[in-house]
Design a binder for this molecule. Structure first.
Ligand code: PMP
Ligand code: GLU
Length: 399
């Protein structure tokens, strides 16, 4: 037998968001003054009371295996949160804790997809969905959203993408990479379609708390008992509690699939980190002032970055209403020259910007969105100003 990689692994693309962040960190370690708009990671420290809870977990000897689907303490805290914040009633066996929302999503696709099953993914989309679907043998089917509609796809376009092979539709609201927020009407279209055709909905709500301009979050699962039975609500603590490294995510959904995900996870990974589970329960159960403070700061950064981008001739961005990303429209720059070098697309733009001005952004191709680059404003206002000064200088040098 030849010593080869599996067919499946030969074709997996690495996460471009993580690799750009790693490249920016490497350059910084080598002494470059890099402004990083790459990673979708809050720059705040995890709030002190959550860190204290993890220390207490260690002191109390919570260092052993937990039930592989998560501790009762954390699953209870998740059920309480879903009821309190979203009006959704789940029992403990309808919830499973995994090692980050990324792991939760991976497990959902493993549990529901057979080879050839199609999953409708609105684009621009987060980098990992298409690869996760492919890793489960599925086929991603993209439906494009347009900038003028905050990148939220039109109902008729989603309908047109449905085939007899469609198994699920992904919703990400607020969205990564666009910051778009789906209205109740947008969600209702998908809910009606899913119920009518018997499709699952994978609702990624990881940015739920990061909403601006007085908007509030609606989950598609809230739109009726039947759609709730067909929906996987995905969430976690990474973004809203600045806990990216702790790796706690969760899924709430139909009991039979949650049980299958539990079987799968028990063979593949066992439980998520035991101390982090206790800390996540404390994060969900305690006072939420820390979240409100972070959201207020993100909103100010959003206002700043949007204003600074739209002041530069040649680039623009729409106003995002959630998450911490903006999509920089670079369509007017494509085909032009920077110091004699052709900007053939978002990939070249991003790599020239990093090399020439030490500013890290993620090319739109990573999100099925050529003509754009994603900027994360989960960084200080000082860095935002510095980065935009450099981007403005770069753009002014383009002929
Ligand atoms: N979904 C989306 C849309 C994301 O941007 C991220 C960020 N990594 C995740 C899921 C996964 O988050 P985590 O695994 O850190 O919980
Ligand atoms: N979700 C973040 C991002 O999009 C973190 C990186 C990742 O998990 O892809 O940048």
């Amino acid at each position: 037998m030849a010593l080869t990689l599996s067919h499946r692994c030969q074709h997996i693309a690495p996460s471009m968001t993580l690799s750009i962040d790693a490249r920016a960190k490497e350059m910084r370690a080598a002494g470059f003054d890099v402004v990083g708009f790459g990673a979708g990671e809050p720059d705040f420290n995890t709030p002190q009371h959550i860190c204290d809870a993890a220390k207490e977990a260690l002191d109390r000897g919570m260092t052993r295996y937990t039930p592989s689907s998560g501790t009762v303490e954390l699953r209870r805290a998740i059920c309480d949160k879903l009821w309190r914040d979203n009006g959704l009633s789940y029992s403990l066996d309808e919830v499973i804790v995994s090692s980050g929302a990324k792991h939760s999503l991976f497990n959902v696709f493993q549990a529901i997809l057979d080879p050839g099953d199609e999953v409708i993914i609105p684009t621009p989309c987060w980098v990992s969905y298409p690869e996760m679907v492919r890793m489960a043998g599925g086929v991603p089917v993209f439906v494009r959203g347009h900038e003028k509609n905050s990148f939220v796809p039109q109902g008729e376009d989603i309908l047109r993408a449905v085939s007899i092979r469609t198994k699920a539709i992904v919703i990400t609201s607020p969205s990564n990479p666009c910051g778009g927020v789906w209205t109740s009407d947008d969600l209702q279209v998908v809910a009606d379609l899913a119920v009518d055709r018997g499709l699952y909905v994978v609702s990624d709500e990881i940015y739920e708390k990061l909403l601006y301009d007085g908007l509030w979050h609606v989950s598609v699962a809230q739109l009726g008992e039947q759609i709730k039975q067909q929906t996987f609500v995905i969430n976690g603590v990474s973004k809203c509690y600045a806990m990216t490294g702790w790796r706690i995510g969760y899924t709430a959904g139909p009991r039979d699939v949650i049980r299958a995900m539990g079987n799968f996870q028990s063979q593949a990974a066992s439980n998520a980190n035991s101390m982090a589970q206790h800390a996540a329960a404390v994060a969900l159960n305690s006072d939420q002032t820390c979240v409100r403070e972070m959201v207020a700061e993100f909103q100010q950064r959003r206002d700043l970055i949007v204003q600074r981008i739209n002041e530069v001739e040649g680039i623009s961005c729409a106003m995002p209403h959630g998450a911490f990303y903006v999509m920089l429209n670079i369509k007017k720059l494509i085909g032009r020259l920077h110091h004699g070098q052709h900007i053939t697309g978002s990939m070249e733009f991003a790599s020239m910007l990093l090399k020439d001005k030490q500013v890290a952004v993620v090319p739109g191709v990573a999100f099925e969105a050529e003509g754009y680059c994603r900027l994360s404003y989960a960084t200080s206002r000082e860095q935002i100003n510095k980065g935009l000064d450099r981007i403005a200088a770069f753009v002014s040098e383009i002929e």
